[in-house]
Design a protein around this ligand. Structure first.
Ligand SMILES: NC(=O)C1=CN([C@@H]2O[C@H](COP(=O)(O)OP(=O)(O)OC[C@H]3O[C@@H](n4cnc5c(N)ncnc54)[C@H](O)[C@@H]3O)[C@@H](O)[C@H]2O)C=CC1
Ligand SMILES: O=C(O)CCC(=O)C(=O)O
Length: 758
C-alpha cells in the first residue's frame, strides 16, 4: 500500500491519478477528506481517503500503520522542511519501508533561501535513516496558466532574469509519471536522488512558445531587481517571500542551471519540452490571452481572473511545491507564491466584487462527467457536487433546490417537474452532443441556457462504427465469445471483406460525414440520406429517399438526432426494405429503431447482423440487469452507449462544456447555447454588466432604455438577441447606477431573469 501525503494539490493529485492508472493501491492522507472526495470523485472506488495531517503526528502515525511506501509532497513555505521531516518520522515509527519525497533541483546549502530550505529538508529526512528516494523538481510549466495577467493585459512577461538566461521547468504530468515509476518499485530506487526536468530553455523561448501556441506575439520585458521586489510587495506578496523570490531570480540569472535529468531513465521516454507543452495547452492558454477588454472582463467577474479558464487549477498548496528557480521569473513566482496570479501584472487590482459569491454557486455534475470539467469549476471556486450515475426524475427533483449549474450526459432528464424544483438554476450543460434529454422549450422560457459539446466526441463515434462494420462482416463478436468458452471454430462461412461493399449513412451530419471519409479509405462505396440537402464529401452519393438507401446498402448506419421525426424511423417496414444479408448499426438514439422488429429481422436471417450502442431505456448506472430483445442473438454486437466514451472525447467535452458554463456565469456569454440567442460582448472598462432575459414582446427594449434614461445611467454598450419566445440583452452601464437599474429592470413584468456582474 502506498500512502500519499499532500495529494490534493495539482502535483499530488497528478501522482495519485498516475498510481491509480497503474492499478497500485493508494491511500490518500488529507486534512480535509471532503475536499479530497470532491477532487477524486471519478476514481473513488480505486482510492482510500483517510483524514491526517503533518500537524497531528500521533494521528498520522496511526494512519500510516500497514503502509509500505509513503510519498510526501510539501510546499516550499518556510516550514516545509519541518513538515516533511515530521511526516517522514511518522512513517518510520509506523513501520513504512520506503519514503519518496519531493524536493527541489536547487536544494543547496549556499543557494537561494528556497534552495537552503530544501537542502535542510533533505538532510533532516536522511538523518532518520529510512530508505528514501528524493525527486527534485524545478518550477512547473503549468504555472504559466495561473500567471498570465500581464500577458493578457499587455502582451508582456516581466522578469528581472535576462531573456537569454538558461532556465528549466517541467510539466506536472511528467512529474506524476516519474513519481509513479519510482513508487511502483521503490526498493529499486531507494537512497537515490533524481532530478525531474525538461530541457534547458530561456525566457525568450518561453514567450516564443507561448506566442506560437496562441498565435499572438508576446514581449519579454526585463526589469530591475528592486522593481521586481516592489511590484511583488505592492501586489500583496509578503515581504519575506518577495525577497526570497528575488534571490531565486538572481541565482537563475547567474546561470545556476541543473545539468542532470533523470526523467528518461525513469519513464523511458523524453519529458515534454516547453514548446510541446505550450502547443498541447494552446486551447487552455488561448482564452487566457484574450484582448485587453476580454481580460478585464474575466477580472471583473470574479476574484480569480486567470483561473476562469484554467485547468488544472493551481491550488496554493500545489503552486508552492517543488519551488524555486524556474524557467523564468514568471514561472518561478507562480511556483513559489501562494496565489500570485497578478504578481507580474502592472494593471491596478480589480476593485470590485462578483455579484454573487462564487463559493455559493453550486454545481451538480451527474453521470461521471470528466475530471477536466471538475477542475475548471474548482478553479473558479464554485461548490461542486458529483454523482457518478444518472439521477431519476424523483432523485433530481430532490437534488435541485440549491443547484445553480447542472451538468449531465445522455441519461438524466430535465423535465418540467425537475425545472419546477430548481428555483436557482442558471444554466444546464449537456456533456455530450444530444440535448434531447432536456426540455429545451421550457428551459428557454425560464431563462436557462442549455449548452452542449457538438464536436468533441464525433470522431470517437465514427471510429466505433467503422470498427463495427468490419467486426460484423467477420462475425468477430461470435467467434471471440466462442473462443472465450473454449470453442475453436475456424470458418470463412458468412465472412466478407468490406472493400467494395456499400455503406448507407442515415443522417449526414458531423458523425456521418466523418465516417464516410473513413469508410471510403477502406474501399467502401458510401451513400447517404439526410432530410437537409448536404453536399457529400469525396465520392459519396446522396440518395433521394430513405427507402432508396435501405434498398442499396450492405451496411446501414444511423446518425440522426432523437426527435419525433426519427422515432421508430427503422421499424419492420424499413427492415424489410433492407437487402437480404445486410447489417444495421445504431449509435444514434435508442428511440430510432424498433428493437422487437430488429430482433425478428435478425432471427429470420433477413439481416446478417447488427451493432447497437443505444437503447430506448438505458440503465442509470453500471452493473448487472441489462435486458433487451437482442440479447443472445447471433452476430449482434451490443455496447453500453459508449460511442463517445473515449478518454480523448470525455476530456475535451469536459473542458468545452465547462468553458461555456463558466463564460455564461462570468460574462453572460451564450455562444453555443442550443436554446438561447447566441450573444457575446466584450466588457467596457469602468462599467457593470446587466444581463436580462425577457419575454419577446414588443416594447421591452424601449421600457428598459426608459429605465436607463430616468436613472441617468449611461449605457456604454448594449447587445440584444431574440428567439421567438425570448429576448436576451447584455448591457454595460456606468457603475454608479447599476444596482438600482438592475432592480428596476427585474421588476418589469416582461423580465424572466436579470443578473448583474460587478
Ligand atoms: N452513441 C453515442 O455515444 C453518441 C451518439 N450520438 C448521437 O448521434 C447523433 C448525431 O450526431 P451528429 O452527427 O454530431 O449530429 P448532427 O446534428 O451533426 O447530424 C445529424 C444529421 O441528421 C440529420 N437528420 C435529422 N433528422 C433526420 C431525419 N429524420 N432523416 C434523415 N436525416 C436527419 C440532420 O439534418 C443532420 O445532418 C446525435 O444527435 C446523438 O443523438 C452522438 C454522440 C455520441
Ligand atoms: O457518452 C455520453 O454521455 C453520451 C454520448 C451521446 O450520446 C451524445 O453525445 O449525444
Amino acid at each position: 500500500m502506498i500512502a500519499v501525503i499532500g495529494g490534493t494539490g495539482v502535483l499530488g493529485s497528478t501522482v495519485v491519478r498516475a498510481l491509480i492508472a497503474l492499478s497500485l493501491p493508494v491511500t490518500l492522507v488529507a486534512p480535509d477528506p471532503s475536499k479530497a472526495n470532491r477532487i477524486f470523485a471519478d476514481v473513488l472506488p480505486h482510492l482510500t481517503i483517510v483524514r491526517g495531517s503533518v500537524g497531528a503526528p500521533k494521528e498520522l502515525r496511526r494512519t500510516l500503520v500497514g503502509v509500505d511506501t509513503v510519498f510526501v509532497n510539501a510546499p516550499g513555505s518556510p516550514d516545509c522542511g519541518q513538515r516533511v521531516i515530521c511526516a517522514a518520522a511518522a512513517a518510520k515509527v509506523a513501520g513504512a519501508a520506503h519514503l519518496v519525497v519531493i524536493s527541489n533541483v536547487y536544494a543547496d546549502a549556499v543557494g537561494s533561501p528556497y534552495g537552503r530550505r530544501f537542502f535542510r529538508l533533505e538532510a533532516g529526512v536522511k538523518s532518520l535513516d529510512i530508505p528514501t528516494t528524493f525527486l527534485r523538481l524545478p518550477a512547473f510549466f503549468e504555472n504559466v496558466l495561473a500567471s498570465v495577467a500581464s500577458v493578457t493585459e499587455e502582451g508582456a512577461v516581466y522578469s528581472p532574469v535576462p531573456a537569454s538566461a538558461p532556465v528549466r521547468g517541467v510539466a506536472v504530468e511528467d512529474v506524476g509519471a516519474a513519481a509513479a515509476a519510482v513508487l511502483a518499485a521503490p526498493d529499486v530506487h531507494e537512497y537515490r536522488t533524481y532530478e525531474i526536468l525538461s530541457g534547458v530553455h530561456t525566457g525568450a523561448d518561453l514567450v516564443a512558445a507561448l506566442g506560437e501556441a496562441v498565435g499572438k506575439p508576446i514581449r519579454y520585458v526585463e526589469i530591475g531587481w528592486e522593481d521586481s521586489y516592489e511590484r511583488m510587495v505592492a501586489e500583496g506578496t509578503p515581504e519575506w517571500e518577495a525577497a526570497d523570490l528575488v534571490e531565486a531570480d538572481r541565482l537563475v540569472a547567474a546561470g545556476h542551471v541543473s545539468e542532470s535529468n533523470h526523467y528518461e531513465e525513469l519513464v523511458g521516454e523524453p519529458p515534454m519540452s516547453i514548446e510541446e507543452w505550450c502547443s498541447q495547452n494552446a486551447c487552455t492558454l488561448c482564452p487566457l490571452l484574450l484582448p485587453p477588454a476580454s481580460a478585464t472582463m474575466l477580472g471583473q467577474s470574479g476574484g480569480s481572473r486567470t483561473r476562469a479558464t484554467t485547468s488544472p487549477a493551481p491550488s496554493p498548496a500545489a503552486m508552492v511545491v517543488g519551488t524555486p528557480p524556474p524557467a523564468s521569473s514568471l514561472m518561478e513566482r507562480m511556483t513559489l507564491g501562494s496565489g500570485g496570479v497578478s504578481r507580474l501584472s502592472t494593471s491596478p487590482p480589480v476593485d470590485t466584487q462578483f455579484s454573487f459569491p462564487k463559493a455559493k454557486i453550486e454545481v451538480l455534475l451527474l453521470e461521471n462527467i470528466h475530471q477536466s470539467a471538475v477542475q475548471m469549476f474548482e478553479a473558479e471556486g464554485f461548490t461542486i457536487r458529483t454523482v457518478s450515475k444518472a439521477l431519476s426524475e424523483a432523485e433530481l427533483i430532490a437534488a435541485m433546490e440549491s443547484v445553480h449549474i447542472l451538468g449531465l450526459r445522455s441519461k438524466s432528464n430535465v423535465t418540467p417537474a425537475v425545472l419546477a424544483a430548481a428555483p436557482r438554476l442558471m444554466a444546464v450543460g449537456c456533456f455530450c452532443i444530444g440535448t434531447d434529454q432536456v426540455d429545451k422549450a421550457l428551459t428557454e422560457t425560464r431563462g436557462i441556457p442549455v449548452f452542449n459539446a457538438p464536436f468533441s466526441n464525433t470522431r470517437s463515434v465514427a471510429e466505433l462504427v467503422l470498427a463495427e462494420v468490419i467486426a460484423l462482416s467477420r462475425r468477430l463478436g461470435d467467434v471471440s465469445s466462442s473462443m472465450h468458452k473454449g470453442v475453436w471454430n475456424k470458418s470463412a462461412t458468412g465472412c466478407y471483406e468490406v472493400r467494395g461493399k456499400t455503406l448507407g449513412i442515415v443522417g449526414y451530419g458531423h458523425i456521418g460525414s466523418q465516417l464516410s471519409i473513413m469508410a471510403e479509405a477502406l474501399g467502401m462505396n458510401v451513400i447517404y440520406w439526410d432530410v437537409v440537402p448536404v453536399l457529400g464529401l469525396s465520392r459519396t452519393v446522396p440518395c433521394e429517399s430513405l427507402e432508396e438507401l435501405l434498398n442499396k446498402s450492405d451496411f446501414v448506419t444511423l446518425h440522426v438526432p432523437r426527435s419525433e421525426a426519427t422515432r421508430n424511423m427503422i421499424g419492420a417496414e424499413q427492415l424489410a426494405a433492407m437487402k437480404e444479408g445486410s447489417f444495421l448499426i445504431n449509435a444514434s438514439r435508442g428511440t430510432v429503431v424498433d428493437l422487437d422488429a430488429l430482433a425478428d429481422a435478425l432471427r429470420s436471417g433477413h439481416l446478417a447482423g447488427a451493432a447497437v450502442d443505444v437503447y430506448p431505456t438505458e440503465p442509470a448506472k453500471n452493473g448487472p440487469g441489462f435486458e433487451s430483445p437482442l440479447c443472445g442473438l447471433t452476430n449482434v454486437l451490443l455496447t453500453p452507449h459508449i460511442g463517445g466514451s473515449t478518454v480523448e472525447a470525455q476530456h475535451m467535452i469536459g473542458r468545452e462544456v465547462a468553458t461555456s458554463l463558466i463564460r455564461y456565469v462570468n460574462e453572460g456569454t451564450t455562444l453555443g447555447a442550443v436554446n438561447f440567442p447566441n450573444l457575446e460582448m466584450p466588457f467596457s472598462s469602468g462599467t457593470h454588466r446587466i444581463l436580462n432575459v425577457h419575454r419577446n414582446v414588443p416594447g421591452v427594449l424601449r421600457d428598459i432604455n426608459v429605465i436607463f434614461a430616468e436613472q441617468s445611467a449611461n449605457v456604454r454598450t448594449q447587445v440584444l438577441g431574440t428567439s421567438t419566445e425570448i429576448g436576451y440583452l447584455i448591457v454595460d452601464v456606468d457603475r454608479y447606477h447599476s444596482d438600482e437599474t438592475k432592480k428596476a429592470i427585474s421588476d418589469l413584468e416582461t423580465s424572466i431573469k436579470t443578473r448583474i456582474l460587478y
